[in-house]
Write a protein that binds this ligand. Structure first.
Ligand code: NDP
Ligand code: MG
Length: 383
């Protein structure tokens, strides 16, 4: 079998690192062609030394210029502007989209345009441009396979099933670190507490999204685009153990679920191997040790970000773009100590009412709107 050539967009992040771990176990099948980082130069050079790619990309302009001038690097070095040509290249088979947030949109669209297989972790891209990405993927014959564990679970449950037989899908959610915290105490939540997720080790942005439950809201929108299902057919269920990664209920009352230990290496590997499976000797589940699985309804009043995401999906148009941009701004402001945790949903709510519209945006309009929302909050909000 010819080895598949891979680029990892965001190789220095949490998903990027786990992807390299998976690939390290399957070097007979995959070859790392390119890696990208925003600013983490030392780390990408370390990764490059081990995986020997054709080139590395530094997307942050200043960092790229600095490295080009001041460091001697023994691998071809590329900038964000070069990325489009790299992604279009005939020599690439798979794009692992693992940049964080809106930053991943442009390269992911470029990859779909050139008909590449996309292993998609970067859910925000589907949230803001699902209508464009799915249409382009159909036209250009590009497969989008989810890495997000819930969506990987649903993909696995749907194999061999007809869409008309789906009653609903049930996305499970751990509930994050504040599942049992009284909402009256949300004002005093520190950055350190919010960054302590009970079950997963992830990048900062998604960890805060998990604490507000915006992550599940973004995943509901992601599921809508990936599986072509309306809001009424997508439920969220709290399952604190994160063993059942999601479920599908069929019209005859049968429910299929996918279970495994919480370890992103499994959905990453599945996105690469789909529809095949490769044997591994880690993340082996022991039912005796995981004998208690519990479930309950999400509290939409306490986790207002989740209900704002539901609302944005129902309203459609540009609402999800505004939801995503304002959430990214709010999360950055919380992480930098500028606002309290409890203010996050208020920022998003204000943005939705100020900037949202029911008109479905074109790609350029998405970039404009994202910029506008960010700019507005640069000069607003001090608490
Ligand atoms: P991290 O913050 O750990 O990594 C993000 C990666 O993107 C890094 O390589 C980072 O480079 C790069 N990056 C950051 N900002 C920019 C920018 N402006 N332009 C280009 N590249 C940038 O994030 P995660 O790996 O946790 O998450 C990545 C994506 O995967 C997110 O969309 C997240 O929602 C999704 N996801 C993550 C899961 C997880 O378990 N972590 C699970 C499911 C989905 P640098 O190192 O220089 O900062
Ligand atoms: Mg997930």
């Amino acid at each position: 079998m010819n080895k598949k050539n891979i680029i990892i967009l965001g190789s220095t992040g949490s998903i990027g690192r786990s992807s390299l771990e998976v690939i390290r176990n399957h070097l007979d099948k995959y070859n790392i062609a390119y890696l990208t980082t925003n600013k983490n130069v030392d780390f990408i050079l370390e990764q490059s030394q081990e995986f020997n790619p054709k080139g590395i990309v530094i997307t942050d302009g200043e960092t790229y210029e600095y490295v080009k001038k001041h460091r001697s690097v023994n691998v071809p070095l590329y900038s964000a502007e070069d990325l489009i040509e790299i992604i279009k290249g005939e020599d690439l088979d798979i794009v692992i989209a693992a940049m964080v947030g809106f930053s991943g949109l442009k390269p992911t669209i470029d990859a779909i345009k050139s008909g590449k297989k996309i292993a998609l972790a970067n859910k925000e891209t589907l949230v803001v441009a699902g209508h464009i990405m799915t249409k382009l993927a159909r036209e250009r014959n590009s497969e989008i396979i989810p890495i997000d564990s819930e969506h990987s679970a649903i993909l696995q449950c749907l194999l061999g099933e007809k869409k008309e037989f789906i009653k609903k899908i049930i996305l499970t959610a751990s509930g994050g670190p504040f599942l049992h915290r009284d909402v009256q105490e949300f004002d005093s939540i520190t950055v350190e507490e919010a960054l302590k997720h009970p079950n997963w080790q992830m990048g900062d942005k998604i960890t805060i999204d998990s604490a507000t439950m915006m992550n599940k809201g973004l995943e509901v929108i992601e599921a809508h685009w990936l599986f072509g299902l309306e809001r009424e057919k997508i439920d969220v269920l709290i399952h604190p153990q994160s063993i059942i990664h999601s479920m599908v209920e069929f019209v005859d009352g049968s429910i299929k679920a996918q279970l495994s230990l919480p370890d992103m290496k499994l959905p990453i590997q599945y996105a690469l191997s789909y529809p095949e499976r490769f044997p591994v000797n880690y993340h082996i589940m022991d039912f005796i040790k995981c004998s208690i699985l519990t479930f309950h309804e999400p509290d939409l009043e306490k986790f207002r970000c989740l209900s704002l995401a539901f609302k944005s999906l129902e309203l459609g148009g540009s609402y999800p773009v505004v939801l995503n941009a304002s959430n990214e701004v709010a999360v950055e402001k919380f992480l930098s100590g500028e606002i309290k945790f409890s203010l996050i949903p208020f920022i998003i709510e204000e943005a939705l009412s100020k900037f949202g519209s029911e008109k479905e945006p074109e790609l350029e309009e998405i970039f404009d709107l994202d910029r506008k929302v960010r700019k507005y909050f640069q000069t607003q909000v001090k608490v």
